[in-house]
Design a binder for this molecule. Sequence first.
Ligand code: GLY
Ligand code: MN
Ligand code: MN
Length: 439
Amino acid sequence: MLANLASLYPRHLDTVRGHADQALALAPFEHLLIGAGSPPGKFLDDQDYPFIANPHFKHWLPLTDAPGSWIVHTPGTKPRLIFVQPRDYWHVVPQAPHGYWVEHFDIVIVRSAAEAVAQLPKGRSAVLAPAGAASDGVTANPPQAVLDCLHWYRSCKTPYELALMREANRIGARAHRAAEAAFRAGESEFGIHLAYLAAARQIDAELPYASIVGLNQHGAVLHYTHFDRLPPTAHRSLLIDAGASCAGYASDITRTYAGAGAGEFQALIDSMDAAQQGFVAKVRAGQSYPELHVHAHHVIAGVLREHGLIRMSAEGAVESGVTSTFFPHGLGHPIGLQVHDVAGFQQSERGGSIPRPAGHPYLRMTRVLEAGMVVTIEPGLYFIDMLLQDLRDGPFNSEIDWTKVDHFRQYGGIRIEDDVACTDGAPENLTRDAFAQHG
Ligand code: GLY
Ligand code: MN
Ligand code: MN
């Protein structure tokens, strides 16, 4: 584990407790009860799906394997952890709590989820727990006002959280290096994925999201989660979007590589890489994220012109929606305990929603950036048959160099994605810093 977590954690916990006090005061409630949740069972089966802890639970402590456990926060008192460690010789049971954080909790170890529920205090409580916890005798009642308040403050990360997110990026960067080597060695999508997992030392269920490993045209499928078991006859390109976890925090990283001899595609990647770094440089306090997204459309229109893919003006390409054929998703999203973190649209700590700009239905972040926020910057440029056909059938057909576009279809597309922390000054690119350490 990272050396400085023990010194950063107490202030993190103070911050989390302070925000919880503020949220409880809204009703007011006496207690905040946070259930880790339980793994959902498979239908008509005796197996469970992988356990994913309630993100609110992971916000308080670095425990990701704690099904049935609860955190109890009562303002003015030390927080309690009611930890379930079943007597079970069939499975490996969760390890008894240990590490830099345990001294900050009163810990009670119980043998079952029902015993944990029996330990919860009576009184007026806000209960943040997945629905399954309700059947254990507690009604999950996440009051919207409490959620809005907690989600709002989760947007800005503490130094402790940033340390964990740097590490999630270092693990991801190390694994991306291994994936690139597997691509260069001619592996299949499946083989590249296995190289990624081995280098990350994480199994699929531990990753913050399902990895996307697309060779050649598969890069054009935005959420391609199939893995061809055999290599293709030629390795023209790889688009890999894969993250890693660290104590419940996510990284979300995409790289695109050109194969040997794909110089024209490499040139397009280079232009997109320069554009992406320009967007990263604008991750500053006070910057409107939707304005940055629209700015990205203008810059990408310039890339399309520079490479001779469109003939119309950059301005015209954005206004007519032509850039959305090539860049049909949002520039990025908040990231933290969840890969698509909460409160991307929220207006204030009291809730509310800031609408997306017209014509940009997939943008996941409409707020103004503040110091402490971490967002992804992930522009893309793709050759997607379905969208290209609409463009072909529409009024701007003659503005496109179809010979060129058709030629690029064999490469699928480009996405370059970094996780970037907004600070009081220059942005901190967690992902590029991590790649630099894994030279
Ligand atoms: N990997 C999911 C995303 O980039 O948002
Ligand atoms: Mn992303
Ligand atoms: Mn991604």
